[in-house]
Design a protein around this ligand. Structure first.
Ligand code: E4P
Length: 431
């Protein structure tokens, strides 16, 4: 599959879009048997909307043997589907197609008794939907909570995402049945992040390469990390400079510029618009090809005004301290080169930083803005991956976090084991 093209995401329904129901009377966990039992899982609307916004078709492909087993009628199934569509529409999301297999090989109701080609794990339902909706399964994903979804997806040629937790019972079954999904995600929202970022998907905004910047003003830290070959830019702020107190600001920035090849963000500290612009012009004059002016998103719009003026002068800006999607959108509209979302500060405020990043990325791609999202305020190595998978163009990482990223205890154990083997081999060779 070309990494830059996704036509469709096929979704299993129960357990992926809506909750599975425990039916007390029969003691089974199954699909909703009544319209009232349909309840969407958390963040499903937002996940589907992201796919809609990226022009990726969303197609439900679901076995519904409940009709064949007389748990509910076709009319109830239709009403349940209408309710599902209405609830998604209320969240701004839509399904491009809904395909059900109503058959069952042991159906008590003869109308549905059939060994068909559409019941997953067979690929018939996916292939029919793909043909009717003109999508290429080879450029599509399937997301399911069952191995039958993964098997059907693989047989149709799709990439596969299993919803579950690594080491769950299903994973053990995967071993015995030798079926392995391409990815495992905890929920549909996470699965959609995988779809949208896997292989650096080409969106309207153009091909994006996810980058790493270093969040520091220490020359020692830069020198220690640069040889790794992973850093393409740098960000600073007043707190970062406080950690270097005693140095001369301009000399230190020039020292940084002599080491870093890419963009270097330095923040303006004045309060009036005129002073902000004066300060920005002065910093930019040190090296306009690399210097990026960090402008705070002041609540009165001053930062946006400054970013817009600087953009017209050809000075790059990084509108910073962003905590919400609407602020990112404003920054993009003002012509910001970069927009900095503060991941853990968004979380500290009680909001979901992954959602802010994903929504912001979607808006930037849809609007074809040049603005790149930088995610800062990183406190743990896991934050880096969450930010990147949510759609950040760039994650800016403090030295102490970046230093922890290559380390994995199992890797250490493996290296030690191989070293011991090599020693033994060399000893035997010397004899
Ligand atoms: C980056 O651009 C930010 O200035 C920085 O990451 C903020 O991080 P903090 O929330 O740890 O201060």
């Amino acid at each position: 599959m070309q990494p830059n093209r996704v036509d469709a995401v096929f979704l299993d329904r129960d357990g992926v879009i809506n909750e599975l129901i425990f039916h007390e009377e029969s003691g089974v966990i199954d699909s909703p048997f009544t319209v009232g039992q349909l309840k969407l899982l958390p963040r499903v609307g937002a996940a589907i909307k992201l796919l809609n916004d990226n022009n990726i078709k969303v197609i439900v492909v679901s076995n519904q043997p409940g009709v064949a087993r007389d748990h509910f009628t076709e009319a109830i199934l239709e009403e349940t589907t209408d309710k599902l569509k209405d609830e998604l529409a209320a969240q701004g999301a839509r399904l491009d197609g809904v395909y059900y297999c109503l058959h069952h090989p042991e159906a008590p109701n003869p109308k549905y008794l059939k060994i068909c080609d559409c019941r997953k794990p067979k690929p018939g339902l996916i292939l029919t939907a793909a043909r009717e909706l003109a999508v290429d399964p080879g450029h599509s994903y399937i997301v399911g909570d069952n191995l039958s979804d993964i098997k059907a997806g693989k047989a149709a040629g799709c990439k596969t995402i299993l919803l579950g937790k690594p080491k769950c019972e299903l994973c053990q079954l995967m071993e015995s049945e030798n079926v392995r999904p391409d990815h495992i995600a905890v929920n549909l929202y996470e699965a959609v992040q995988i779809v949208l970022t896997n292989g650096d998907m080409l969106t309207k905004g153009g091909k994006s390469k996810m980058e790493m910047f270093l969040d520091t003003a220490s020359l020692e830290e830069i020198k220690a990390i640069l040889p790794w070959g992973v850093i393409t830019g740098l960000t600073t702020n007043q707190k970062i400079f406080l950690a270097e107190k005693g140095c001369n600001f301009r000399q230190r920035v020039q020292g940084i510029l002599s080491l870093i090849e890419g963009p270097v963000s330095v923040e303006v500290t004045s309060s009036s618009l005129n002073e902000l612009i004066r300060e920005a012009r002065e910093f930019a004059s040190w090296d306009n090809s690399k210097i990026v002016i960090k402008v705070p998103m002041f609540g009165d719009g001053r930062g946006l005004h400054a970013a817009s003026l600087l953009d017209k002068e050809g000075i790059k800006t990084n509108v910073t301290a962003l905590m919400s999607t609407r602020q990112v959108w404003l920054a993009a509209r003002a012509g910001a080169t970069f927009a900095s979302i503060f991941f853990n500060r968004v979380k500290d405020h009680g909001d979901d930083p992954e959602k802010v990043v994903a929504e912001s990325r979607s808006l930037i791609d849809r609007g074809n803005f040049k603005t790149k999202i930088i995610v800062g305020s990183i406190r743990k190595p896991e934050d880096v991956m969450q930010a990147a998978l949510a759609g950040a163009h760039i994650v800016t990482i403090p030295y102490k976090i970046l230093k922890q990223m290559p380390l994995h205890p199992k890797t250490e154990e493996t290296i030690a084991e191989f070293d011991r083997a090599w020693e033994e081999f060399k000893k035997a060779e010397a004899k």
